[in-house]
Design a protein around this ligand. Structure first.
Ligand SMILES: Nc1ncnc2c1ncn2[C@@H]1O[C@H](COP(=O)(O)OP(=O)(O)OP(=O)(O)O)[C@@H](O)[C@H]1O
Length: 239
């Protein structure tokens, strides 16, 4: 069974601004987008600014209802899920955004940031939580002592690793990576991409990797699709 099925999804933003409202037709951010992601696979979505990539990411995360079409995740219709199914979806579906700093609460320590999903979903003692967080830090290439730091004491690359540790804490099935390395310098980009690749192989993770960078997409993705003006076209990937 496919893990994620995106089936003829459309989305048009309706603007409240008077002169935009006067325009005869609003441009569709997504028009009839369909694709599937199999378990353990990385699907790369490549496109220029404004192509509709982030809109697609938000819809797949359950944050923005589409106008039409269907998104099925692990057999559950994302926008018709029951309360119980939604709780499960919040575990299985995680995200890493481009801006590592705005994705975290600056007043929280790294231990609190990575421990947050564990506290929400698992009943661990304080000691167990520290042990799990220490393991996650090691998994993403940081050290145990980093758990006492705050975001402003870390580089963008280190903090993005913290965001990745938080995203994998609950062993999700799919992570939406929305331009996860775009704000980092080339060397750090490369390190994080290879790390994500390792994690994918180690834990059988699936990714939806949204980016405007062909090289980055190529490192991680098993399948690549190009998004242009809200339309998606599958591209054959050379190995
Ligand atoms: N909240 C919104 N209200 C109105 N229009 C929006 C909104 N968000 C996005 N759009 C429009 O929808 C289209 C797709 O935007 P989207 O952010 O999905 O593209 P993108 O490919 O992610 O671009 P970028 O790489 O610059 O983030 C664009 O024309 C954009 O202006």
């Amino acid at each position: 069974m496919s893990l994620l099925i995106v089936d003829h999804v459309t989305k048009t933003y309706t603007s409240s601004h008077w002169f935009r409202a006067k325009r005869k037709e609003e441009e569709a951010a997504l028009s009839g987008v369909s694709f599937v992601v199999e378990p353990g696979m990385c699907m790369g979505i490549l496109g220029e600014s404004g192509a509709g990539k982030s809109t697609l990411g938000r819809i797949v995360l359950g944050l923005l209802p589409p106008d039409s079409g269907r998104i099925s995740f692990n057999g559950v219709d994302l926008y018709r899920a029951t309360r119980r199914e939604r709780k499960r979806l919040r575990r299985d579906l995680q995200v890493v955004f481009q801006d590592s700093y705005s994705a975290v609460n600056p007043r929280m320590s790294v231990l609190q940031i990575i421990g947050e999903p564990l506290r929400n979903f698992e009943r661990l003692s304080a000691q167990e939580e520290r042990r799990v967080v220490a393991g996650l830090l090691e998994t993403v290439g940081l050290v145990t002592d980093d758990m006492h730091k705050h975001p402003q004491q870390m580089s963008g690359g280190q903090l993005q690793r913290v965001n990745i540790a938080r995203a994998i804490a609950l062993k999700p099935k799919l992570i939406v990576l929305d331009e996860p390395v775009s704000s980092l310098d080339m060397i750090v980009q490369k390190q994080i991409l290879y790390h994500l690749k390792e994690l994918k192989e180690k834990y059988g993770l699936s990714y939806l990797f949204i980016s405007h960078d062909l090289l980055a997409v190529n490192v991680l993705s098993d399948r690549v699709a190009i998004m242009d003006k809200g339309k998606l076209e599958l591209m054959l990937k050379e190995s």
